[in-house]
Structures are given as C-alpha cells and as structure tokens.
Design a protein around this ligand. Structure first.
Ligand code: CP
Ligand code: NVA
Length: 306
C-alpha cells in the first residue's frame, strides 16, 4: 500500500518502533541494497538545509539508491507549474519524493495526487524526520522511550514543537512545551496529539513557566526562536523568549541526569548557551548523525510497504 510520511502520526506507534529498530540496525551496518535498482529519490528544498540535504543524499547512496537533489526554487514549480502537476510528473520518474517546503498544505496537496511515497523534510508546521532521529538518540542514551519526560522550550507553535509533541506521544513520551504567551502550539495540533496520546499512554502539557516545565525532565530540547520564513513576521522573537534559554541554571532545575538535544542549526547564546551545547549533557552530534540512520530506515520501510 502507498504510504506517505507527512506528519509524525502518519506512522502508528508500532510502525514508528519498527522504523527506529531498523535505524539502529542500519547504524551498525550502514551499507545495503534496500534501494538497489537503483531506486531514484527526489530530494527537493525550498528552504535552506545542511543536515537534511547531506543525510538524505548520503543515506540514499549507502542503500544503493540514486538521489536527485534539487533546489525547488530552480524548478518550474517556482514559476507557474502547479503542485499537482509536479507531483504527477515526478511520480513517473522517481520512487520516492522528499520535500522541504513552506505550508503543510503544499505537501498534503502534492501527496494527494502522487503515486509514490512522499516524505516531509520540514514544513512550517512539522519536521517529522528530525523527531525520528531525536527518538533514536533518546533511546540510545536512556535505553527506553515510553514514560520518559521531554521538555521543549521556545517557539511552541513551530514545526519542532509540533512534531516533538506528535512524534513524542506516539512513542509514549510525556511531552512538555514551555513557550511565551502567543507562541503556544496550535489547537488543531494539540487535538491530534491528545488523540494519539490516548492510544499510547503518553501525554502533552503546555507551560509558560520554564522552571516548572523542566522539573523532572529526562530530556531538554529547544530550537531557533525564528524559523525559516518567519524573519519578517513582525513578532518580537527575542524579548519574550529570553527566559526560555537552555542554560546551565535552567538545566540544573531538572534535578535529574538530563540529556540535551537541539535539532540544529543552533543560535549559540540565544536559545542555548555554548556551555550547554558543548557540555556533558549534550547529545546533539549523535542526534545530527542519527538523521542519516533514521531516514534510511524510513525510506527502506516506506518502499517495503508498496
Ligand atoms: N535540523 C535540520 O533539519 O537541519 P537542516 O536545516 O540543516 O537540514
Ligand atoms: N524551526 C526551524 C527548524 C530548522 C531545522 C526552522 O523551521 O527554521
């Protein structure tokens, strides 16, 4: 059956676990023939990228596939061709489409007519590939996922906050989001999160007090205060966020042996300090590496479902 990965709840809890287990296997044995043929994978970017771009291109090659990495702004899509027509044509050439774009509605539209699996490589609303890598990293460090508490601090309405909530509760995590008023998660995302949490025993809670939010946290994470595309949205994206900076003082308030994640790129001295990012609690470089393993697992899994 044709499957897409447009948001975190496109994988059931069991399927998410299967992908994470495969990611661990691929980390031990990186080279394989899961995409032999070679299967062609279009990887399209309408926003900047370092990790996503390199990890997909390298990962596809390591599995015997052929990556076609394109700047979406140079495609006819960037002129007058519709999303649907682009999806129809690309479906005739490639076996999977991976797309980083703006509104989630764009990738939903693409997937509605595509006849090959479509993967969300980041939209304004979700970043589900990143969360697979985050979960792999947490499990490596903590040995388990279900029942752990993860606290995210920063913009609660951005792609990382939403995907940590949705992907986190899928894994049975207790996910807390601490954000200033006006930057809380979107209500329709919280509805989807509550639905998934009811199946798994995970939970979601929104805080404005950063100290209360980190109390007892096993994992603390953050993200840019200004996401790509928000540079000129007229909101103050510094002042309200200062109390949510991940620094040594805040980390000490967990009262636990906490690990720190950051999807990167980090804005050192803003949402996270050098001391924390480069300190003993930081798992960010493993997290970045795991993008490679988790995405390879995802691609192999999606193609197995066909
Ligand atoms: N974390 C992440 O998606 O990084 P890039 O924007 O560099 O791909
Ligand atoms: N929230 C950030 C994530 C970057 C990987 C952004 O969308 O810019």
């Amino acid at each position: 059956m044709l499957r897409h990965f447009l948001r975190d709840d496109d994988l059931s809890p069991e399927e998410q676990l299967a992908v994470l287990d495969l990611a661990d296997e691929l980390k031990k044995r990186p080279y394989g023939d899961q995409l032999a043929g070679p299967k062609a994978v279009a990887v399209i970017f309408e926003k900047n990228s370092t990790r996503t771009r390199f990890s997909f291109e390298v990962g596809i090659a390591q599995l015997g596939g052929h990556p076609v990495v394109v700047d979406g702004r140079s495609m006819q899509l960037g002129r007058e061709e519709t999303i649907e027509d682009t999806a129809r044509v690309l479906s005739r050439y490639v076996d999977v489409v991976v797309w980083r774009t703006f509104a989630q509605a764009r990738i939903e539209k693409f997937a509605s007519v595509a006849t090959v699996p479509v993967v969300n490589a980041l939209t304004d609303e979700f970043h589900p590939c990143q969360i697979l890598a985050d979960l792999q990293t947490i499990r490596e460090r903590k040995g388990t996922l279900a029942g752990l508490t993860l606290t995210y601090l920063g913009d609660g309405a951005n792609n990382m906050a939403h995907s940590l909530l949705l992907g986190g509760v899928t894994a049975g995590l207790h996910v807390r989001v601490a954000a200033p008023e006006g930057f809380h998660p979107l209500p329709w995302v919280l509805d989807a999160v509550a639905k998934r949490a009811a199946e798994t025993g995970g939970s979601a809670e929104v805080f404005t007090d950063p100290s209360a939010a980190v109390d007892g946290a096993d994992v603390v994470t953050t993200d840019a205060w200004t996401s790509m595309g928000q540079e000129n949205d007229g909101k103050d994206r510094v002042g309200p966020f200062r109390p949510y900076q991940v620094n040594t003082d805040l980390l000490a308030k967990t009262g636990k042996d906490t690990i720190v994640l950051h999807d990167l790129p980090a804005h050192r001295g803003w949402e996270i300090t050098d001391e924390v990012l480069d300190g003993p609690a930081s798992a960010v470089w493993d997290e970045a590496e795991n993008r490679l393993h988790a995405q390879k697992a995802l691609l192999a899994w999606l193609l197995q479902q066909r």
